[in-house]
Design a protein around this ligand. Structure first.
Ligand code: SF4
Ligand code: SF4
Length: 285
């Protein structure tokens, strides 16, 4: 028996505005729309990971982003950063779940992918890919570009934004994909990665990434109750959030952090971060 045919809805400006309003009302910081044909045009994502392979009626992927406040990200690895990560994930899933139901109520078949698509670190170690890539979706939705660290860099928050995606039969107009790379190849992410998991390349902006080294770091941090790492996200100088927190020009402080704290764990310039790390089991009290 043939599967039921889905007839795509025509581009709908009014619905697009209502989706934006819905997401904003529910707390979204960034919202993007990626027509599914972009996965075919760019031909970067393996076919089985593309929206229509996962959900055949999909015409548009709506990507929702929540910002991670920089001063909390700066404490990583810490229990505080872990709590922020958990809260952000719950909020993202809640927005996506509610948006999916909102669209379904309009008669538009929709489906969402939780912000992490791999279940656990041990599962990720065996198969180092999420079931759906929100980073690629956000790029195709015109929300940012991929940096050396392979994180999505956005003009607003650099990589300090977490993402979730709603796949929908609604045909909604996409934003243009950003052409100019936001990554300035400063290599702060490469130099600060505690596992040397990132390496710059001469032939492209995106660096080489050893996912197993990164997963190993996360497995260690789970034992210390301060997962995830996110140091490459903390140190990236891109993002207007740095101006909000008056944290421009701070990269030198990040680059010297490990060395200074190794010789003086009480170094006063890092005290606001080490104070947090001395709670929750990360560092000696
Ligand atoms: S830290 Fe520098 S090199 Fe790394 S992604 Fe950000 S801008 Fe690019
Ligand atoms: S999350 Fe941590 S270990 Fe993984 S690449 Fe970024 S800095 Fe390195």
């Amino acid at each position: 028996m043939q599967p039921a045919a889905y007839s795509p809805v025509r581009p709908n400006e009014e619905l697009r505005s209502r989706v934006i309003e819905f997401c904003r009302t529910h707390g979204a910081d960034l919202i993007g729309f990626a027509p599914v044909k972009r996965w075919e045009e760019f031909n970067e994502v393996p076919p089985e990971y593309r929206p229509q392979s996962l959900f055949p009626p999909a015409q548009t992927v709506i990507v929702i982003g929540l910002a991670m406040p920089l001063p909390i990200v700066e404490t990583t690895p810490s229990f505080l950063h872990k709590e922020l990560y958990t809260t952000c994930n719950q909020e993202l899933d809640s927005i996506a779940f509610n948006l999916t139901r909102f669209l379904n109520r309009q008669g538009l078949a929709s489906y969402f992918f939780t912000r992490d698509g791999y279940a656990s670190l041990s599962a990720l170690k065996k198969k180092p890919y999420a079931a759906f890539g929100h980073t690629a979706a956000a790029r195709y939705a015109g929300m940012g570009t991929i940096g050396l660290s392979r994180n999505l860099l956005t003009p607003e928050f650099g990589p300090r934004v977490r993402l979730v995606s709603v796949l929908t039969a609604a045909q909604l107009e996409g934003q243009p994909v950003m052409e100019k790379d936001l990554c300035i190849q400063c290599q702060a992410c490469v130099k600060c990665c505690p596992k040397n998991a990132l390496k710059a390349r001469d032939d492209q902006i995106r660096g080489d990434f050893d996912v197993n080294l990164c997963i190993d770091q996360h497995i260690e941090l789970v034992k210390q109750r301060c997962y995830p790492c996110g140091i490459c996200i903390k140190v990236c100088p891109i993002g207007k959030d740095r101006a909000l927190y008056k944290q421009k020009g701070i990269v030198k402080k990040y680059l010297h952090e490990a060395e200074v704290l190794a010789s003086n764990p009480d170094a006063p310039e890092y005290r606001s971060w080490t104070h947090v790390r001395r709670h929750g089991g990360r560092l000696p009290q």
